[in-house]
Design a protein around this ligand. Structure first.
Ligand SMILES: Cc1cc2nc3c(=O)[nH]c(=O)nc-3n(C[C@H](O)[C@H](O)[C@H](O)COP(=O)(O)OP(=O)(O)OC[C@H]3O[C@@H](n4cnc5c(N)ncnc54)[C@H](O)[C@@H]3O)c2cc1C
Length: 303
């Protein structure tokens, strides 16, 4: 796609902003699937992020915010517009029981920092392979914990680069949901409140739950985690198994033999393979159990 050349010049003038073109997104997704982003920006500071947004606001291009890409299925033709990658925003401040972190830090490194500081409450997130911003967007959760339990407020930018602060209540956190899914808002900093704990106990608990993950989940294959949200009153995995879909393949996309709630990439799966397999699973489960499964990952770009 052709862009106004003045945009290229102006982007290059912003300090602390990495600018690239035609970047294959498969390198940035846990599924290892996805075509190129026309423009790929990686701000290293929040002011650079703000400047880029304020500039882009004049061009009205489609925008996508990318964390660790662990909850998205990017189309094989990629994304026509601008992808802004948050992974270079990863500064962390710990003040007593409070952690103030930039949104691109991974949950695993944040959980380790909390452990080192003797703070408990983030262990549940240590094996979730996303960023703090992505975890806020999804209200990520596991092993009885969710982001809602520990987030107190967030600093966000709107798509024109304007900064605002939202308190926990205003973030609308509920099961795999936050207000960010409805509004064009980008998390750049998140404040968490944890509790004092024992470092060795925190470490041991993280080890235990991550061992359980390894035993139950097909972590040896690329995926986007649970392919479907948990339907009320059920678990997706057993419903999929009962519908006879465990191990079923479309191309190189397969319903995992280890955990039917996961769809894995056996090597060369395309986004279309995954989407087709997900639709098959939804149909078969509905025929068998009359339960409608809703995809958990977001579909992004052109398929
Ligand atoms: C093996 C595996 C296991 C998983 N286990 C779990 C689990 O136990 N529990 C769970 O809840 N999830 C799980 N997930 C899913 C995923 O890791 C989480 O949803 C995670 O929070 C996504 O974060 P991310 O940075 O990868 O987001 P991305 O996939 O990059 O993005 C997801 C969505 O969030 C938006 N987004 C990302 N960053 C920001 C930001 N800073 N501001 C605004 N919007 C943003 C994106 O635009 C996109 O719409 C798992 C995934 C995998 C691959």
């Amino acid at each position: 796609m052709q862009y106004d050349s003045s945009l290229e010049n102006k982007l290059n003038k912003i300090d602390n902003l990495e600018v690239r073109y035609n970047v294959p997104l498969k390198k940035y997704t846990s599924f290892r699937i996805g075509g190129p982003a026309d423009i790929f920006l990686a701000p290293r500071t929040i002011p650079a992020f703000r400047k880029a947004l304020s500039l882009l606001n004049n061009y009205q291009l489609p925008l996508f915010i990318l964390g660790k890409g662990s909850n998205i299925i990017v189309g094989d033709k990629g994304f026509r517009g601008v992808v802004i990658y948050t992974g270079k925003l990863n500064r962390v401040e710990i003040k007593g029981k409070e952690i103030i972190a930039e949104a691109g830090i991974t949950l695993s490194s944040l959980a380790n920092k909390a452990m080192e500081a003797g703070l408990t409450g983030l262990e549940f997130a240590s094996g979730i392979p996303g960023t703090l911003g992505g975890a806020l967007y999804m209200n990520a959760g596991a092993y009885g914990g969710e982001m809602k339990d520990i987030i107190t407020e967030a600093i966000l930018l709107d798509y024109s680069g304007k900064e605002m602060k939202l308190k926990k209540k205003e973030l609308g956190l509920s099961y795999r949901y936050s207000i960010l899914q409805e509004k064009p808002l980008i998390a750049v900093k998140v404040k968490l409140k944890l509790k004092p704990g024992n470092r060795e106990e925190i470490k041991a608990y993280m080890k235990e739950i991550n061992q359980k993950r390894k035993e139950k989940q097909p972590l040896e294959w690329p995926s986007a985690g649970s392919a479907f949200k948990r339907p009320e009153g059920y678990y997706a995995g057993p419903l999929i198994e009962e519908a006879g879909m465990k191990g079923v393949r479309v191309g190189d996309a397969q319903v995992s033999e280890k955990h039917a709630g996961f769809i894995i990439n056996l090597g060369n799966a395309t986004a279309r393979d995954v989407r087709q397999l997900m639709r098959m699973v939804q149909e078969r489960v509905y025929e068998k159990s009359r339960v409608r499964l809703e995809p958990e990952p977001k579909f992004v770009g052109e398929f």
